[in-house]
Design a protein around this ligand. Structure first.
Ligand code: ADP
Ligand code: MG
Ligand code: MG
Length: 252
C-alpha cells in the first residue's frame, strides 16, 4: 500500500522560514485533512512536496513508498504516483482536456505501456458521467474559459483518470457552490481504496461534511499543532482557531 512519510520538514521561500518542522504520515486507505488559518504554510507545504523550484527545503525528510521524494525530479514524483491538484498550468492553448489527460496517464504508465485509445475513451466517458461533466468538455482546450467550478471538477476528473497513489488537494473546495462541492466529494470518495491515500488541505470544514477524513490536523505557524478525528474539524467550524492558540499559548 502507498505511504508518504513527512519527517521534520522545513521549507523556506526567499530565505523566509515558512514550514517549520512538519510531520505527517499518510498510508493507502487513509484520508487526512490539514486545516489552518491563512498564511500558515499549507500551500507552501503542498508546493514543496511537488518539487516547486521556488520552495527551498532546508531540513527534514520525505519518503514516498520508501524512496527519497526530495531527490526525485518533479516529473518523477508524478510518475511515482504523487498528485497535486493545481500542479497544472492554468491555461494551455491548443491542448484539449482529453489530450492532456491521455498524456498525463501515459506519462505515469511509462513508455511501451500506453493506455489503448478505446480503453481511455471508455474510462473518460464513465468518469465524466460520474462527475456530471458534459461530453463536449473533453474537446475543450485545457482550462480555457473554464469557470472556477469547472476547473475544480476538471481537477477531480484528472485525479480519477490518473489514479495516483497519493493525492494532495490544496483548497479544492475554495469558491465552490454546494453542487460543485458535492461533485468534488463524490470523486474523492469514489477513489477511496487501500491503494490510495489523500491529503485534503482546506481552510473550511464544509467539504468534510461530504468527505469524512480519518484524521484532521491543525497547522499553525508552519507545523501541525493538534490532531484528532472529524470532530476536530467540526469544533474549528463552530469556534474558529482561537481556542487552539489559547490552549497552546501561541501568539500571532
Ligand atoms: P496558506 O496556504 O496556509 O494560506 P501559504 O503557504 O500560501 O499559506 O503562505 C505562507 C506564507 O508564505 C505567507 O506569509 C505567504 O505570504 C508566504 N508565501 C507564500 N508563497 C510565497 C511566494 N511565492 N513568495 C513569497 N512568499 C510567499
Ligand atoms: Mg492562503
Ligand atoms: Mg493556501
Amino acid at each position: 500500500a502507498p505511504n508518504l512519510k513527512i519527517d521534520n520538514l522545513h521549507v523556506s521561500i526567499e530565505d523566509k522560514k515558512i514550514v517549520k518542522g512538519f510531520d505527517l504520515e499518510i498510508n493507502g486507505g487513509e484520508i487526512h485533512a490539514v486545516m489552518g488559518p491563512n498564511g500558515t504554510g499549507k500551500s507552501t507545504l503542498a508546493s514543496a512536496l511537488m518539487g516547486h523550484p521556488k520552495y527551498e527545503i532546508t531540513e527534514g525528510n520525505v519518503a514516498f513508498n520508501g524512496e527519497d521524494l526530495l531527490e526525485m525530479e518533479v516529473d518523477e514524483r508524478a510518475r511515482a504516483g504523487l498528485f497535486l491538484a493545481m500542479q497544472y498550468p492554468s491555461e494551455v492553448s491548443g491542448v484539449t482536456n482529453a489530450d492532456f489527460l491521455r498524456t498525463a496517464i501515459n506519462g505515469r504508465r511509462g513508455e511501451g505501456n500506453e493506455i489503448p485509445l478505446m480503453k481511455f475513451i471508455k474510462q473518460l466517458d464513465k468518469k465524466m458521467d460520474l462527475l456530471d461533466i458534459d461530453q463536449e468538455f473533453a474537446q475543450r482546450y485545457l482550462n480555457e474559459g473554464f469557470s472556477g467550478g469547472e476547473k475544480k471538477r476538471n481537477e477531480i476528473l484528472q485525479l480519477m483518470m490518473i489514479e495516483p497513489k497519493i493525492a494532495i488537494l490544496d483548497e479544492i473546495d475554495s469558491g465552490l457552490d454546494i453542487d460543485a462541492l458535492k461533485v468534488v466529494a463524490k470523486g474523492v470518495n469514489e477513489m477511496r481504496s487501500e491503494d490510495f491515500g489523500c491529503l485534503i488541505i482546506t481552510h473550511y470544514q464544509r467539504l468534510l461534511n461530504y468527505i469524512t477524513p480519518d484524521k484532521v490536523h491543525v497547522m499553525m505557524q508552519g507545523r501541525i499543532v493538534k490532531s484528532g478525528g472529524p470532530e476536530l474539524a467540526e469544533r474549528l467550524e463552530a469556534e474558529g482557531y482561537d481556542w487552539i492558540k489559547e490552549e497552546l499559548g501561541i501568539e500571532d
